[in-house]
Design a protein around this ligand. Structure first.
Ligand code: NDP
Ligand code: GDP
Length: 323
């Protein structure tokens, strides 16, 4: 029986990946950092909490990672844990460097020190491209990160590549473009919009305050993207892959599609608030998923419109159920 250990199991991708691996017959374990309140809501939402072996651990605590590896004996380790919100990375730059950057090295060293045959997936990010040099980005595009988050991800990317080349480890980088779902954190713009639309439609909120409406992102569905993570670890050789839809939309268009779905005009509700501008912006992300398509046989299955509608729908259900 194949077994996987997932860091970041309680996050958006961890939950979808856990579900996918369980469906594929894996034994799945996950590292959960101690929090003052339960962080299992996403696993509960997908109804998989009881099927996962949850282990106390933190990527800033290498001994806890080693213990989790020894106890769960994974054949594959998916390293998803990170401080993942770009905007917070300026306010918590050192923490971001520690968890999003050094955390990767902690995991690589833990694998090297326990069982170097474990295959590792590193959650790299399109934020590494940042101030893009090409209007469409692929595996050859130069990195120019624009935030402490992006800089930390570049560190993790190169460490993963370096351990692969230095110690012959099976360690692959997935360079994933933005991917969203009803399980996305409320601070990210897609979920902030879908949540606000649901609250406005149910009479609980009057306006939606946003920052830069002109930013363009290549948005896909997280449920599709975790499949690419798994495929990367089933290859004969480790490698790095861009995972994207190949389509980019503005934040403004996101608003239009989301409000349209409930029969409202976004212009009546969206207010631009400079509080949400960033010290340095990534203006355009658009990925070329050709290599993933060719070598992994992976393609995105969910359109931008389907994704936005799915998120608004899920938030409307939640708002109707909420007291
Ligand atoms: P989330 O923010 O939803 O999940 C992050 C997870 O990491 C949470 O389970 C969180 O736990 C955990 N975590 C944070 N700090 C620690 C720590 N010190 N020790 C152990 N666990 C920790 O992110 P996503 O699921 O969206 O993303 C998964 C990965 O993919 C991240 O590395 C992210 O940077 C990367 N990525 C995401 C993209 C996206 O669009 N979603 C795009 C490209 C890359 P808790 O909630 O308790 O803090
Ligand atoms: P990111 O691409 O990982 O930073 O994902 P986000 O969802 O946080 O942000 C995507 C884009 O939306 C960025 O260019 C933001 O500047 C822009 N944006 C505009 N208004 C907001 C807002 O209110 N919140 C967030 N999170 N992003 C916003």
């Amino acid at each position: 029986m194949k077994s996987a250990l997932i860091t970041g199991i309680t996050g958006q991708d961890g939950a979808y990946l856990g579900k996918l691996l369980l469906e594929k017959g894996y034994r799945v374990a996950g590292i959960v950092p101690r929090r003052s309140t339960s962080s299992l809501w996403r696993l509960d939402y997908l109804d998989i909490t009881d099927e996962i072996d949850l282990m106390d651990g933190d990527i800033l605590d290498p001994a806890s990672i080693m213990r989790a590896i020894r106890a769960s004996k994974p054949t594959e380790l998916y390293h998803l844990a990170a401080q993942s919100f770009v905007a917070s990375s300026w306010n918590q730059s050192l923490l971001t460097a520690q968890s999003t950057g050094i955390g990767v090295l902690n995991v690589l060293e833990a694998i090297r020190g326990t069982n170097p045959d474990i295959r590792m997936y590193q959650a790299s990010s399109s934020e590494m491209f940042g101030k893009v040099e090409k209007s469409i980005q692929d595996e050859e595009t130069k990195f120019y990160p624009r935030s402490p988050y992006g800089v930390s991800k570049v560190f993790g990317y190169w460490m993963t590549k370096n351990f692969r080349e230095s110690f012959d480890m099976f360690a692959s980088n997935g360079i994933l473009f933005n991917h969203e779902s009803p399980l996305r954190g409320l601070e990210f713009v897609t979920r902030k919009v879908s949540h606000a639309v649901a609250r406005i439609a149910t009479g609980k909120q009057k306006e939606l305050r946003l920052g830069n409406l002109a930013a363009k992102r290549d948005w896909g569905f997280a449920g599709d993207y975790v499949e690419a993570m798994w495929l990367m670890l089933q290859q004969d050789r480790p490698d790095d892959f861009v995972v994207a839809t190949g389509r980019t939309e503005t934040v403004e268009e996101l608003c239009r599609v989301a409000f349209d779905y409930v029969g409202l005009n976004y212009k009546d509700y969206v207010v631009v608030d400079p509080k949400f501008y960033r010290p340095a912006e990534v203006d355009l992300l658009l990925g070329n998923p050709e290599k993933a398509k060719r070598q992994l046989g992976w393609t995105t299955k969910t359109s931008f419109e389907q994704l936005v509608h799915m998120m608004v729908e899920a938030d409307i259900v939640r708002e109707r159920l909420a007291p």
